[in-house]
Design a protein around this ligand. Structure first.
Ligand code: ATP
Ligand code: MG
Length: 637
């Protein structure tokens, strides 16, 4: 573990402190809730009937009103979205324009028979219409369920059946890496025989010819003809805002159900603390809206703060690997929020690319999604932030709605440590515990738990309260179990060590995947690493590691020996892998996370299970080939 310290602190846009909030978290969140617009105030801050939490009970609120009308009352001319298409198209949309557009779509949905509580599936590329569709649902109390536009028809079908969506919003196509993804065609394959789907609203984006059947309606003419005013529904705080299926890193995707009032309060406050958001900022979160980061920190949180943000369609490294840095330069982006996997990809291309661009507008750099390797953290800090921008490592999950652990440059000056997400946010109570749920002393590895409810907490899993109880609330009594392995250091800082399911048990020691992987990534030749354990008679488990080398590095026996020596030096002899493979790519979810369970299944010749979220099936072939070699070696010996 690297504990080089970096002192960083910025503004002071709030007076909140972690300590003060901790004294009475319910009262604390009640005060935060006053920052939002409520049609009617709540009469009970928290109804906690474990494991079900209901926040701001009987309060009436509307997400689209807080995101749009509140901003228009201040300054409707402010730009909300600066959009850039893959082919260079650009759009700039103000808050007032966004509000008018949302109202038109809300009225269109009403005309198609959508009512409060109905589900609407949204399968759109990264275009403003995706945000507009979500906010239109929120305006009339329909529950949106966004499906990432990279999913295939079977994955969509499963999700549409699970949510029983009445209406689907899609487009003719979307642009990705120079190709057109035919979205409408995928939808036709997925849902054509599902009777409960009444309408499909089709936005014309790529001008790809599509088949229009009797359920299909053209967005462009319907929306153009709709009224620009639509009264927001005064919804219960606990009214479901959306269903979002998790990325499926550990298994079959789960339909996470989020409410309205608590969720919005959580987002409003955390966005202010974490990103110190100011009126002049140009914010850019690279997440696709199809994932929770996009829902929370592209759609709801920035809009509730009247922020201006950049949104792009396509890939961050297409048409050239410089695209990301071109965007920063062109729009003078001040806050960048991305993932460790994206950063490792940028690093692979070397420093000369970012060094050739003007990145001086940047002032804050965020990361989310996986543990960030300290080496990657330092690269982000030095090469991208020029040692001036704090790295905001935010730990959270689809289920938590918003960040739970993160530095707060908007509030305080603290020491950052590369690889640590630092401290729990105000009003958030977490611990690291042993198998029995007992608090562990500092510097001891264990399971991360959340000991008190928090406002962004999921309501349940869609139509499956039992699964909700089993997955999150059965390992420990009255404590939420996120499924992550972690350690708290003597300063109370949290270090995420990887998924609890992936922990390796080697000769009586427990090793988180992140510990070993970060050790490898700290070697100058390694771009990415994934480890898994397979049963070993003597040691319990033996360590298998898969490495992707940096561009231009040549594989050799000598390099492999050097890498093994390196891991022995930086982590210890206990982390010595029994087998090391160099592969060209690792199996990842479409949200960019390494799917370690696949490595394990292939290794133990098991069924590989649900791979609907796997980005590139070819990556498994690489792993299979490597394991076939391994089997041969074992047989020969
Ligand atoms: P599934 O639950 O379907 O397996 P998933 O867990 O990948 O998929 P998400 O909700 O997108 O779906 O991801 C949350 C998980 O990502 C966390 O539980 C954690 O393992 C990891 N994670 C997120 N942010 C961080 C971070 N800053 N540091 C370490 N790990 C992180
Ligand atoms: Mg998860």
């Amino acid at each position: 573990m690297d504990d080089t310290s970096y002192f960083i602190g910025l503004g002071n846009n709030d007076t909140v402190t972690r300590k003060k909030a901790g004294q009475d978290y319910v009262k604390f969140w009640e005060a935060e809730a006053r920052n939002l617009h409520w049609f009617e105030k709540w009469n009970d801050v928290l109804d906690w009937n474990p494991p079900f939490a209901r926040w701001f009970v009987n309060g009436k609120i509307n997400a689209s009103y807080n995101a749009l009308d509140v901003q228009c009352n201040k300054n409707g001319k402010k730009v909300a979205i600066l959009w850039e298409g893959e082919n260079g198209d650009r759009r700039s949309i103000t808050y007032q324009e966004l509000l008018n557009y949302v109202c038109k779509v809300a009225n269109t949905l009403k005309s198609l028979g959508v009512k409060k509580g109905d589900r609407v599936t949204v399968y759109l590329p990264m275009i403003p219409e995706l945000i507009v569709s979500m906010l239109a649902c929120a305006r009339i109390g329909a529950i949106h369920t966004v499906i990432f536009s990279g999913f295939s028809s079977q994955s969509i079908r499963d999700r549409v059946i699970d949510s029983k969506s009445k209406v689907i919003i899609t487009a003719d196509g979307g642009f990705r890496r120079g190709e057109i993804v035919k979205l409408k065609q995928v939808i036709d394959e997925a849902v054509s025989d599902l009777d409960f789907v009444e309408h499909i609203l089709v936005y014309e984006h790529t001008k790809t010819p599509v088949h229009m059947g009797k359920k299909d309606s053209p967005w462009n003419s319907l929306v153009n003809g709709a009224l620009e005013q639509c009264e927001p529904e005064k919804l219960d705080s606990t009214h479901p805002l959306y269903i979002l299926y998790t990325s499926g890193t550990t298994g079959k995707p789960k339909g996470v159900l989020h409410g309205t009032g608590g969720y919005l309060v959580h987002l409003y406050s955390t966005f202010k603390w974490i990103f110190d958001i100011r009126d002049t900022d140009i914010y850019f979160c690279t997440a696709d809206i199809g994932w929770v980061t996009g829902h929370s920190y592209v759609v709801y949180a920035p809009l509730m703060h009247g922020a201006t943000q950049v949104i792009f369609e396509g890939a961050l490294v297409f048409p050239t690997p410089a695209r990301i840095w071109d965007l920063v330069e062109r729009y003078k982006i001040t806050i960048l929020y991305t993932t460790p996997t994206a950063l490792r990809m940028f690093m692979k291309y070397g420093d000369s690319l970012p060094n050739s661009k003007d990145l001086s507008s940047l002032r804050l750099l965020g990361t989310v999604g996986e543990p960030i390797n300290p080496q990657v953290w330092k690269w982000y800090f030095k090469t991208i932030g020029k040692e001036k921008c704090p790295i905001i490592d935010t730990w959270w999950q689809t289920e938590t709605g918003g960040a739970l652990v993160s530095p707060m440059p908007g509030v305080e000056t603290i020491t950052l440590k590369p690889g640590s997400a630092t401290l729990p946010l105000p009003g958030i109570n977490v611990s690291v515990v042993d198998e029995h749920g007992n608090d562990l002393p500092p510097e001891t590895k264990g399971y991360l738990v959340v000991t008190k409810p928090w406002p962004g907490m999921l309501l349940s899993l869609w139509n499956d309260d039992e699964k909700y109880k089993t997955v999150y609330w059965s390992k420990y009594k009255s404590m939420y179990y996120p499924g992550d392995y972690a350690i708290m250091d003597k300063d109370g800082y949290l270090w995420m060590l990887g998924r609890a399911d992936d922990v390796l048990k080697v000769a009586g020691h427990r090793l988180g995947t992140a510990e070993i992987e970060s050790g490898f990534v700290s070697h100058k030749s390694v771009a990415e690493a994934a480890v898994c354990g397979i049963p070993h008679e003597v040691k319990g488990e033996s360590i298998i590691v898969f490495l992707v080398l940096k561009e231009g590095v040549v594989q050799s026996k000598q390099l492999e020996d050097e890498l093994i020596q390196h891991i022995r030096n930086v982590v210890g002899p206990i982390a010595t892998p029994d087998h090391l493979y160099i592969v060209s790519k690792l199996p990842k979810t479409r949200s960019g996370k390494i799917m370690r369970r696949l490595l394990k299944s292939v290794a133990s010749n098991e069924q590989i299970g649900d791979i609907s979220t796997l980005e590139d099936e070819a990556a498994i072939d690489d792993i299979r080939t490597a394991f076939a070699e391994l089997q041969n070696t074992i047989q020969k010996n």
